[in-house]
Structure formats: structure tokens, C-alpha cells
Write a protein that binds this ligand. Structure first.
Ligand SMILES: Nc1ncnc2c1ncn2[C@@H]1O[C@H](COP(=O)(O)OP(=O)(O)OP(=O)(O)O)[C@@H](O)[C@H]1O
Ligand SMILES: [Mg+2]
Length: 312
């Protein structure tokens, strides 16, 4: 008996059976294509970033780690639109990034709060476009509640601890309801306990809001605890050396043994990078001394080169 293939009956005559027209692919939330940045310096230093390509999906938490001077802040500034690439292009939702915008909130190491405004007024500042004062106040208080600072809403920045100030800065950034949060070593100036608390807090906020986050840190444990993906950068020229997907379940804690295990893998890679920088610098000092430009063998040219903060 022959095999008959019957043509499928179209039960919905208003639709056509067959392949659906191909939908255009959803662009990444942030992407960088072959981005290079060179700063004009007297020393003629290598590129701060060379040929960096990177794609960050909506809702992803990406951490950037790497030795001092490898271009982490430069990369973040490109995404923020605070700096233009010399070559290549950065995109947000497929559109070229040409300037800063409220869709990309930046949080720096030092909380840049207005000292003459209270915590809630600082957050309200981000809500300038909300005309109704009552609504504006309610929204600002909601954001402070999100970072557990309701009790300190009417305190001035000088009355708050460093960790609390940073939480106000986070609340202010969240008040903008940005698509993307760009954080440049936001906890670097804090003591270890406060930092661990804030790591928990940022992770909880991210789980609630699912914002796209790019988080720069020196601290590998911090990166592994927070990131879906950790991107390790190398210096001179600034480039991406390695990417690691962190598959650990959430919520994670800094002290989890699994977190430490992932961190070890990243550290092993970064240590080579740091050793390379230290080697280059001692070669540079030698060369300068040989040329008779610098007679002081103890001069420290790049004091941070051999360290990566307390994460290493
Ligand atoms: N405005 C500038 N003018 C000249 N050179 C700059 C400027 N900004 C950054 N650089 C250089 O670009 C390189 C990358 O700097 P960047 O600040 O991005 O590094 P980083 O990884 O954020 O370092 P750190 O961990 O110390 O903050 C460094 O060599 C730095 O000296
Ligand atoms: Mg930096």
C-alpha cells in the first residue's frame, strides 16, 4: 500500500499555513561592536580599549572585573554615553548611543548626593518630571523603602553612613526607572560588612526589578555573587580576556563555598594579567633609568598596578 500524505486542513482559513514570516531578531539591550578608545597622553600609552565587542541581554546582570587601568570605567562610560568611541560603536536596543540619557542610570564609587538636600529630597530630584508634589514624595519614599532607608528619609547626607549614602544613590537611580543600571565600583569605599549587606540588597532589588545591570568591581567574590556573567578584562591594551557564566542558584551569598570556587577560577586568570602589568612596569622603570631620565629606583609610577583591591 502506498503512503499517502494528506495536505493539512487549514482550520483557521483566515490564516495561512506555512512558515511564519521571520521576525526581526530582538536587539541586545546593550551591545558594543569593535570599540576602541585611545586617550592622547604624553607617554603615548596603549589603547584604553581595543576592539572590544560585547552583547548584554535585557535583564542580565553582567560584572566587569580586571586589573586597575584595564578600561573598565572607560567601557562603562561608553555605555553611559559619557564618552565616544574612537572606533566602533555602542548600541542600546539596537540604536547607536550618542549621549547620556535617563534610560541609563550611572552609580559611581562615591555617592554624589546634594549635601543641602535630605535623603528623600535627593531621590525626588530624579523625579523632577513628576509635577504633582504629593505623588513625587510618595514615589521617592517608595524607592527609599526599597533600599530599607525609610527611617532616614529626612536625614541629610552628612548624617548618614557611607553605606546609607550609597543606598540613597541607588534609590535615586531606581527612581528614574532606568532600563539599564551602570555601576562603577559602587561599594569600593565601604567596609567589608556594609559591602556584604549591600551586595545582598542589590541582588534582592535585581531579583525584584530584573533591570539590566552592568557592575564594575575589583572584587571577584562580589562579581561572582552578583553576576549572571563575569567578564574578565586585560590591560594595555584594554580588552576582554575571558567570560564566565555563573550558573549558581540565587539568591547567592558571598560566603557560599560555590561562590568561592567560581572566584578562584577567575582569580587564576587575572593573576596572570596583573603579573604582566607589574613586569611591564618594572621594564619601563629600567628603561627610563638606562636613559638617565629617572635616577630614583624607588619611584612608584603606578602605585595600584600590583593590586586589585581587597578582592585579590
Ligand atoms: N581622561 C583620560 N585621559 C588619559 N588617559 C585616561 C583617561 N581616562 C582613562 N585613561 C587611561 O585609560 C586606561 C583605562 O582607564 P580606566 O579608568 O577605564 O581603567 P579602570 O579599569 O577603570 O581602572 P580602575 O580599576 O583603577 O578604576 C588607563 O590606562 C588610564 O590611564
Ligand atoms: Mg575605574
Amino acid at each position: 500500500m502506498g503512503l499517502f500524505i494528506t495536505k493539512p486542513k487549514n482550520e483557521f482559513p483566515e490564516t495561512r499555513i506555512g512558515t511564519l514570516p521571520a521576525r526581526p531578531p530582538i536587539p541586545a539591550k546593550i551591545s558594543l561592536e569593535n570599540v576602541s578608545v585611545r586617550f592622547d597622553t604624553r607617554q603615548g600609552q596603549p589603547a584604553a580599549l581595543e576592539n572590544v565587542s560585547l552583547s548584554i541581554q535585557a535583564g542580565e546582570f553582567v560584572c566587569l572585573v580586571g586589573p586597575s587601568g584595564c578600561g573598565k570605567s572607560t567601557l562603562l562610560n561608553i555605555m553611559a554615553g559619557l564618552l565616544a568611541a574612537d572606533e566602533g560603536q555602542a548600541f542600546k536596543d539596537g540604536a547607536p548611543i550618542t549621549k547620556a540619557g535617563p534610560d541609563r542610570a550611572v552609580i559611581f564609587q562615591e555617592a554624589a548626593l546634594f549635601p543641602w538636600l535630605t535623603a528623600v529630597q535627593n531621590v525626588e530630584f530624579a523625579l523632577k518630571t513628576v509635577r504633582n508634589r504629593k505623588v513625587r514624595r510618595e514615589r521617592a519614599l517608595e524607592q527609599l523603602q526599597m533600599v530599607h532607608l525609610s527611617r532616614f528619609a529626612h536625614s541629610y547626607p552628612h548624617e548618614l553612613s557611607g553605606g546609607m549614602r550609597q543606598r540613597v544613590a541607588i534609590a535615586r537611580a531606581l527612581a528614574l526607572d532606568p532600563d539599564v543600571l551602570l555601576m562603577d565600583e559602587p561599594f569600593a569605599a565601604l567596609d567589608a560588612q556594609t559591602r556584604d549587606l549591600l551586595i545582598e540588597e542589590v541582588q534582592r532589588i535585581w531579583l525584584e526589578t530584573r533591570k539590566t545591570v552592568v557592575f564594575v568591581t575589583h572584587n571577584v567574590l562580589e562579581a561572582v555573587t552578583l553576576g549572571d556573567r563575569v567578564i574578565c578584562m586585560g590591560a594595555r591594551p584594554g580588552c576582554i580576556k575571558q567570560e564566565l557564566n555563573i550558573t549558581l542558584e540565587r539568591p547567592r551569598a558571598v560566603e557560599d563555598p560555590d561562590t568561592a570556587r567560581f572566584a578562584q577560577r577567575i582569580l587564576a586568570n587575572l593573576k596572570d594579567e596583573i603579573a604582566k602589568i607589574v613586569r611591564e612596569e618594572s621594564d619601563y622603570v629600567e628603561a627610563e633609568r638606562a636613559r638617565g631620565r629617572d635616577g630614583d629606583p624607588n619611584r612608584v609610577l603606578y602605585p595600584n598596578a600590583g593590586t586589585m583591591g581587597d578582592g585579590i
